[in-house]
Design a protein around this ligand. Structure first.
Ligand SMILES: [Zn+2]
Ligand SMILES: [Zn+2]
Length: 251
């Protein structure tokens, strides 16, 4: 089993792989993000100007920093600003899924490097990944948010802390309403006991995850950190699915 993984890993490194976006030959041994040049050119930044909590496109000529859409103004979130490098759509969505499900964790370094080119270095004291439950981490062999946070920490020269733990495994969120998602996640996180909470007090924390969909997971993680005395956490993700512009979704 271990040997198999090792062999696979070697093959991944040594053989020119087909593009994760379009499946065509890339002609490169290790193309950045596993994508061919045309697919790399198809990566799109999130809509702008947009709501700083949910990423919803705002139709105004100049939205001030920290602007919120009507939905987010009605129900404030536990986190501060959301920053995403790209829209969650192919080809970056295929890269993120390949990292998760095909164990292509080699690509996490590429993702972090590309993210750091798109996003300004946050004004922060600490990067905190949104963790997987240990059982899923064990099954998958790694935790992509943790790897992403560590790589970003190296690039931005910011410490990373695995202070959050998944307290219990949460059933998949897909197909649930926002209210059900929140109920599903209640008590999902706790703080690791062996880490000093003093570090969190008044710390400027940035939560790191691979994907933002409704923000329910990030919101629960942010609340847990705030209960421990951290300031309002900012959020950095590789890719985000913003609710449709002007629609009522995303609550
Ligand atoms: Zn391609
Ligand atoms: Zn919003």
């Amino acid at each position: 089993m271990i040997l198999d993984r090792l062999t696979l890993r070697l093959l991944e490194i040594l053989l020119p792989a087909p593009c994760l976006g379009c499946g065509r030959a890339t002609g490169e041994i290790r193309p950045p993000l596993g994508l061919c040049l045309p697919c790399r050119g198809r990566l799109r930044p999130p809509p702008s100007p947009a709501c700083s909590h949910c990423g919803r496109r705002i139709f105004t000529r100049r939205a001030p920093v920290g602007w919120l859409c009507g939905t987010c103004r009605e129900r404030r979130r536990a986190y501060g600003e959301l920053r995403a490098a790209w829209r969650y759509e192919p080809p970056v969505a295929l890269v993120i899924r390949a990292v998760k499900f095909r164990r292509l964790d080699l690509l996490v370094g590429d993702l972090a490097t590309a993210m750091a080119k798109e996003l300004p270095r946050p004004e922060a004291d600490l990067l905190v990944p949104v963790p997987l439950h240990w059982r899923r981490r064990l099954a998958r062999g790694f935790d992509q948010a943790r790897l992403l946070a560590e790589r970003l920490g190296e690039i931005w020269q910011l410490p990373t802390s695995n202070v959050l733990q998944r307290h219990r495994p949460t059933p998949p969120q897909t197909g649930l309403s926002a209210r059900r998602r929140r109920a599903n996640l209640r008590g999902a996180f706790r703080l690791r006991r062996d880490l000093s909470r003093r570090d969190l007090r008044a710390s400027r924390v940035v939560l790191v995850d691979d994907v933002f969909t409704t923000g329910a997971t990030l919101e629960t993680a942010a609340s847990t950190l705030r209960q421990a005395g951290a300031g309002v956490p900012q959020v950095v993700v590789a890719a985000a699915t913003p609710p449709p512009a002007g629609g009522a979704r995303g609550r």
